[in-house]
Ligand binder design. Structure first.
Ligand code: GAR
Length: 192
């Protein structure tokens, strides 16, 4: 059985990290077994740290505030990922701009809470909620040097209903993320 190794990067709550661990870690599929070999977080107080520990994986903390430049931070990230042996890195709520140094060295995918190419950047949920669009959704894409601009791998959408409260909108986004991200990672790895 082929073992496929992944690394997961996160910054905050870690609800997507948790879904990835629950659905994929040490799970055997038709063509492979998936192992999460590293979880990496840039914020020492992130709630997701405990979620990773609950699966027996001590997160590697790479605190971005301790690095003089984005490049220096990315070098530390790349070193940790390469050392882990991960063939795919999943950005699950990782809230840092990455430099070309990262994208040149690491094959990664990112979860983004909008229907790309609309609403790139850090305010996607609010912007898509406030937009006149009647649908909203989420995207998973390859990470490239362009922010939220790499090739789209998967998307899922829903209809906004009249008077939809922001809390319901946000909850719908997260519910879709929790399904689509593990499923997409599995589909990318579980191939001959
Ligand atoms: C998710 O909604 C994810 O799409 C978003 O951060 C949240 C993390 O939640 N990512 C971005 O906005 C990336 N630009 P989580 O920590 O509970 O998984």
């Amino acid at each position: 059985m082929v073992i496929k190794k992944i690394a997961i990067l996160f910054s905050g709550t870690g609800s997507n990290l948790e879904k990835l661990l629950a659905f994929l870690h040490q799970q055997t599929f038709e063509h492979c077994k998936i192992e999460v070999v590293a979880t990496i977080c840039n914020r020492p107080n992130a709630a997701g740290i405990e979620k990773s520990r609950a699966y027996g994986i001590e997160p590697i903390i790479i605190d971005h505030t301790r690095y003089a430049s984005r490049e220096a931070f990315d070098e530390a990230l790349v070193e940790a990922i390469v050392k882990s042996g991960a063939e795919l890195t999943v950005l699950a709520g990782f809230m840092r701009f990455l430099t070309p140094y990262f994208t040149e060295h690491i094959k990664a995918i990112n979860l983004h809470p909008s229907l790309l190419p609309l609403f790139k950047g850090g305010n996607a949920i609010k912007e898509s909620f406030e937009s006149p669009m009647k649908v909203a959704g989420i995207s998973i894409h390859y990470v490239s040097e362009e922010l939220d601009g790499g090739e789209i791998i998967a998307q899922r959408c829903f209809e906004k209903y009249e008077g939809m409260p922001f809390e319901d909108f946000e909850a719908k986004i997260h519910a879709l993320e929790h399904e689509l991200l593990p499923e997409t990672v599995k589909n990318l790895l579980n191939r001959n």
